[in-house]
Design a protein around this ligand. Structure first.
Ligand code: 0A1
Ligand code: ZN
Length: 840
C-alpha cells in the first residue's frame, strides 16, 4: 500500500470520504483484498477507475472484501460519516464545534476502508474541503501544499506527508481555531514552524505548552541526537478526548487539559502534566513514528521507551529526585495493583480481545522501567550507542520489542538473554533481603531471594535478572562507601562485603533501580537512621515511607506500634536546613490508603482509614507549631514556576493539611484564608481539598465560591467534581451520587466522567463503603457510558475487579456488579473483556 490519497468533504452532520489506494499483491496468493472497516457502508467501489456492482464486493464483519486478479490495482471507495453522532471519540468526530480524528489503535477503519494494521506504511496526500465560515482552519499531517477558495463560501486545503506512516498516525482537524505561532531552528539549521491551535479565548493559556515543545525539541537533539523532520509541527487542543494526547505525524491532537495552563486555573501538577505530555508526544516522532510497531503486541516498544524519555526530560527540567519519587508513586499505585490482580499481563502481551484496553500502566510505566534498567546496566554512553543503533537500523520500519533489546545488546555490548523475561512474565517480583554480620571476620553478607506470584495464564515463573543499587552505611560515621550495582539473577544469591567492624545498615533498590517489592527486616531505628542519612534521595524517602508503613500496617493488624520514631523522623526532616522543600513535602506525606491496603493480606478500608487518620492527627498535633510556622511563611514574591517556588507551595500545602489534621481550632479558618487569598490554583485547590475533608461551615462556602467562579471553565470545573470525589468525608458516597445528577455533569465528556467516577473509584474508603452503594454507582455509570463511549467505560472496570483483596461481603457485592454489567445486552467488547477477566 505505497500511496494513498484521501478526499474529505467535511460537515458535522455528513462528511464524505473518498479514498484512492494503490494496492500491490503481497506475496504469491490468490486471496481477495480485505480492507478493514468499522460502522462503514461503501457508497461506491471502483477498481482501476471502473465502478463495481454490489455483487463484485462483499462485507464481512465490517470489512470490505474485493476479489482481485493481477498484481497491482487502484482501489477507490466512497463512504459517508456522521461525525456529530460519533460519541465513541474514535475515527472522525465533533468536539466543541471542531472536527477532529483519533485513529490509534483502530480508529482509521471508522474513517475509510483500509488494512488497519501498524505494519502497513503509506505516503498520504489529503485534500480537505469545508465551509470556510465554520471551519476556517484545515489541518492534516505533514506539510501544507496548496489551498484555495470555492464558490458558496467553501474552501479547501491539501496536505502531503512525505514520511510513510501507519494509518493510526493519520489525523485531520477542521475548525475555528486561533494559533500560538512560534519557530524552532534545528541542530542542522532547518527552520520549523510551530503552531498550537486552540479556541481564541484559550490562546493566553498556551505559553507553557509552547515552551515545553521547544525544550523537548532541543532536549531530543542533545540527549538522543534526534532532530525534527518536517517543516511544520502543529498541536491542536480538543475538549473531548479519550486519553491524554496523540502523536499523529506532524499534527498532535491533545486533550485540552494537557495544553491549557495559567496560574489562575492550573496547579503545579497540571503544569508538569502539560510539560510531560507535550514532550511525550513530541518524542514519539522518533520513538513511535519514524520507528513504529510491527503489531499491537509491541505497543510498549513505543510507549515504554517514550515514557522513559519524557520522565528523563522532566527530571532534567526540574528536580530529578522529586520526579523519581513521583514516578515511583504512580507506578506503585497503578501498575503494581494491575500486576497483582486479574488484569495482570506481560509488558509484551500475547493476546487481547480489544486493543484499547491494553493502553495500561504495565505497557507504559512498567515498560519505561524496563528501559530504565537497561540504561542503568549499560551506563549513559553505551545506552546511547544502543539507541543510536536502534534508530539507525529501524528508521522507516515497523519494529518489535525484540529489535530494541537486540540493539541494546549489540550497540551496548551486553547479554540480555535472561533480562528478556521482563517482557514475558507478568507480575511484580518480591525480593527478600537479609543482611547478616560476622564480627570475627568483619564481613557483612547480603542474601537476596526472589519470588513472583502466579498471574493469569502464567502459573510458574522463572527467576528474573534484577539490577539492584545497594549501599551499606556505617552507623558511626553515618556514611557509606558508595553505591554498588548488584545483579540478582538466581532465585537465591549471596553477596559478601569485607571490612565492616560493626553491622552496617542496608540501603537497597536505591533510585528504585528495579520495579520490585523489597522485603527487609530492618528495624524502625535503622529506617530512621536512613531517613536522616541516606545520600540517595529516593532511598531516603523510601526509608521514611517504610517507617510509616510499619506503624500503619502493624496497627491495622491490631498491634500496638509506637509512632515515636515516625514523629521524630518527620521533625528532623522538616527542620533540616539542607533539604529542599519539595523533597521534604514528599518525604513527610503519609502513604495512601490504597498503598497501605496493598501491604495487607486483606484490605479493610475502614480500619485503614481510621488508622491513617489517627497517625495523621498525631503528626499534626505533635508538630503543630512547626506546621504553623511553615505555613505562616508566605511567599513574598509573585507567582513563579521555578522549582524553588513550586517546592515552597508543595510544602506549604502539606503544612496546611497537617495543621488541619491536628484538630487546631483555627484549622478551617486558616484553610479558608489560603483559599481566598491564593494567587494560584495550587494553593487554592489544596485549601479546598483540605476543607473538603472536613465538615466545617467553610467547606460549603469554599465549594460554592469555587463553583461560581469557574462554572464556565470546563477544565477547572472538573477540579470541583474531582476534589469532592476524592474527599475523605463520611458522606462522599452520597455526595458523589448527587453530583452524578448535577446539571454540569455529563457522560459525553471523558474528563468530566474521570473527574467524578474515576476519582471516586480511586478513593478507597468511599468507594468501598460497606453499603455497596459505591460499587453500584460505578457499575451504573459503566453501563450507561458503555452505550456512549465504551473505551472510557472500560477504564472504570478495574477497581471492581479487585474483589479478591476484600472481605467476603464486599467481594460478593463487587462480583454481583460485574455480573450485572456482563448481563447487559449489546455490551461492548471493551467492557466485556475487562469485566469477564475481572470475574475469572
Ligand atoms: N499513543 C498515545 C495514547 C493514545 C492511545 C489511544 C488513543 O485513542 C483514544 C489516544 C491516545 C500516547 O501514548 O500518548
Ligand atoms: Zn505514548
Amino acid at each position: 500500500m505505497p500511496d494513498i490519497a484521501l478526499y474529505f468533504v467535511l460537515d458535522a452532520a455528513r462528511t464524505e470520504v473518498r479514498s484512492l489506494l494503490k494496492v500491490r499483491r503481497n506475496g504469491a496468493h490468490d486471496r481477495p483484498l480485505k480492507l478493514d472497516g468499522d460502522e462503514l457502508t461503501p457508497l461506491e467501489v471502483r477498481v482501476d477507475g471502473q465502478p463495481l456492482t454490489p455483487d463484485q464486493w462483499a462485507m464481512e464483519g465490517g470489512a470490505l472484501i474485493i476479489p482481485l486478479g493481477g498484481e497491482e490495482h487502484e482501489v477507490e471507495t466512497l463512504v459517508g460519516l456522521a461525525p456529530q453522532s460519533n460519541s465513541k471519540l474514535m475515527g472522525l468526530y465533533a468536539s466543541g464545534g471542531l472536527l477532529c480524528t483519533q485513529c490509534e489503535a483502530e480508529g482509521f477503519r471508522r474513517i475509510t476502508f483500509f488494512p488497519d494494521r501498524p505494519d502497513v506504511l503509506s505516503r498520504y496526500s489529503v485534500r480537505l474541503e469545508a465551509d470556510k465560515r465554520l471551519y476556517p482552519v484545515l489541518l492534516a499531517n505533514g506539510d501544507p501544499v496548496e489551498k484555495g477558495d470555492l464558490p458558496d463560501g467553501r474552501h479547501w486545503a491539501r496536505w502531503n506527508d512525505p514520511y510513510p506512516k501507519p494509518c493510526y498516525l493519520f489525523a485531520l482537524v477542521a475548525g475555528n481555531l486561533a494559533c500560538n505561532a512560534d519557530s524552532f531552528t534545528t541542530q542542522s539549521g532547518r527552520n520549523v514552524q510551530l503552531g498550537i491551535w486552540v479556541k481564541e479565548a484559550d490562546l493566553p493559556r498556551t505559553a507553557h505548552a509552547m515552551q515545553a515543545l521547544k525544550n523537548s525539541m532541543a532536549w531530543d537533539e542533545r540527549v538522543y541526537g534526534r532532530e525534527y523532520d518536517l517543516d511544520v509541527f502543529n498541536i491542536v487542543a480538543v475538549a473531548d478526548f479519550n486519553f491524554g494526547a496523540m502523536e499523529n505525524k506532524g499534527l498532535n491532537i491533545f486533550n485540552s487539559r494537557y495544553i491549557l495552563a495559567d496560574p489562575d486555573t492550573a496547579t503545579d501538577l497540571d503544569y508538569d502534566g502539560v510539560e510531560g505530555v507535550v514532550a511525550h508526544e513530541y518524542f514519539h516522532n522518533w520513538s513511535g513514528n519514524r520507528v513504529t510497531c510491527r503489531d499491537w503486541f509491541q505497543l510498549s516498544l513505543k510507549e515504554g521507551f517514550t515514557v522513559f524519555r519524557d520522565q528523563n526530560f522532566s527530571a532534567d527540567m526540574g528536580s530529578a529526585a522529586v520526579k523519581r519519587i513521583e514516578d515511583v508513586r504512580v507506578l506503585r499505585a497503578a501498575q503494581f495493583q494491575e500486576d497483582s490482580g486479574p488484569l495482570a499481563h506481560p509488558v509484551r502481551p500475547e493476546s487481547y480481545m480489544e486493543i484499547s484496553n491494553f493502553y495500561t500502566a504495565t505497557i507504559y510505566n512498567k515498560g519505561a522501567e524496563l528501559i530504565r534498567m537497561m540504561a542503568l546496566m549499560l551506563g549513559p554512553e553505551r545506552f546511547r550507542a544502543g539507541t543510536d543503533l536502534y534508530f539507525e537500523r529501524h528508521d522507516g520500519e515497523a519494529a518489535t520489542c525484540e529489535d530494541f533489546v537486540r540493539a541494546m545488546e549489540e550497540g551496548g555490548g551486553i547479554d540480555l538473554a535472561q533480562f528478556r523475561r521482563w517482557y514475558e512474565q507478568a507480575g511484580t517480583p518480591h525480593v527478600r533481603a537479609l543482611l547478616t554480620h560476622d564480627a570475627a571476620s568483619g564481613t557483612a553478607e547480603l542474601t537476596l531471594e526472589q519470588h513472583m506470584a502466579p498471574t493469569p495464564g502464567q502459573p510458574g515463573k522463572l527467576p528474573m535478572a534484577i539490577p539492584l543499587r545497594v549501599a551499606l552505611f556505617d552507623r558511626d560515621s553515618g556514611k557509606s562507601r558508595g553505591d554498588e550495582l548488584l545483579m540478582l539473577t538466581q532465585a537465591r544469591q549471596s553477596f559478601t562485603f569485607d571490612d565492616f567492624a560493626t553491622p552496617p545498615i542496608l540501603s537497597i533498590n536505591r533510585g528504585f533501580s528495579a520495579p520490585v517489592i523489597i522485603e527487609t527486616d530492618r528495624s524502625q531505628a535503622d529506617l530512621a537512621f536512613l531517613s536522616g542519612h541516606d545520600d540517595d534521595p529516593f532511598a531516603r524517602y523510601e526509608a521514611m515511607q517504610q517507617l510509616m508503613v510499619n506503624v500503619l500496617v502493624g496497627r491495622v493488624g491490631g498491634q500496638m506500634v509506637d509512632d515515636a520514631a515516625v514523629i521524630a523522623a518527620i521533625r528532623d526532616t522538616i527542620t533540616d536546613p539542607l533539604l529542599d522543600s519539595a523533597f521534604i513535602a514528599e518525604a513527610v506525606r503519609l502513604p495512601s490508603e490504597a498503598y497501605i491496603g496493598d501491604q495487607l493480606a486483606q484490605v479493610d478500608p475502614d480500619a485503614i482509614h481510621a488508622t491513617r487518620d489517627a497517625l495523621q492527627y498525631r503528626i499534626g498535633a505533635e508538630l503543630e507549631s512547626l506546621w504553623r510556622a511553615i505555613h505562616g511563611k508566605t511567599q513574598a514574591n509573585a507567582f513563579s514556576l521555578s522549582p524553588a517556588a513550586k517546592g515552597a507551595r508543595k510544602l506549604r500545602n502539606m503544612a496546611l493539611l497537617y495543621l488541619n489534621a491536628s484538630g487546631a481550632d483555627d484549622g478551617a479558618a486558616i484553610a479558608f484564608g489560603q483559599f481566598s487569598d491564593a494567587d494560584n490554583m495550587t494553593e487554592r485547590q489544596a485549601a479546598l481539598a483540605t476543607l473538603a475533608n472536613g465538615t466545617s461551615a467553610e467547606r460549603e462556602a469554599a465549594l460554592d465560591i469555587f463553583y461560581n467562579r469557574y462554572r464556565d471553565d470546563a477544565l477547572t470545573l472538573d477540579k470541583w467534581f474531582q476534589t469532592q470525589a476524592f474527599a475523605f468525608h463520611p458522606d462522599t458516597v452520597d455526595l458523589v451520587e448527587e453530583l452524578g445528577r448535577h446539571p454540569d455533569f455529563t457522560l459525553s465528556n471523558p474528563n468530566r466522567v474521570r473527574s467524578l467516577y474515576g476519582a471516586f473509584a480511586g478513593n478507597q474508603w468511599a468507594f468501598h463503603h460497606r453499603s455497596g452503594k459505591g460499587y453500584r454507582m460505578v457499575a451504573d455509570c459503566i453501563i450507561a457510558l458503555d452505550k456512549i463511549n465504551p473505551q472510557t467505560a472500560a477504564r472504570l472496570v478495574p477497581p471492581l475487579g479487585r474483589w479478591r483483596r476484600f472481605d467476603e461481603e464486599r467481594a460478593a457485592m463487587m462480583r454481583a456488579e460485574l455480573q450485572r454489567i456482563l448481563s447487559q445486552p449489546g455490551l461492548s467488547r471493551d467492557v466485556t473483556e475487562q469485566a469477564s477477566k475481572s470475574l475469572d
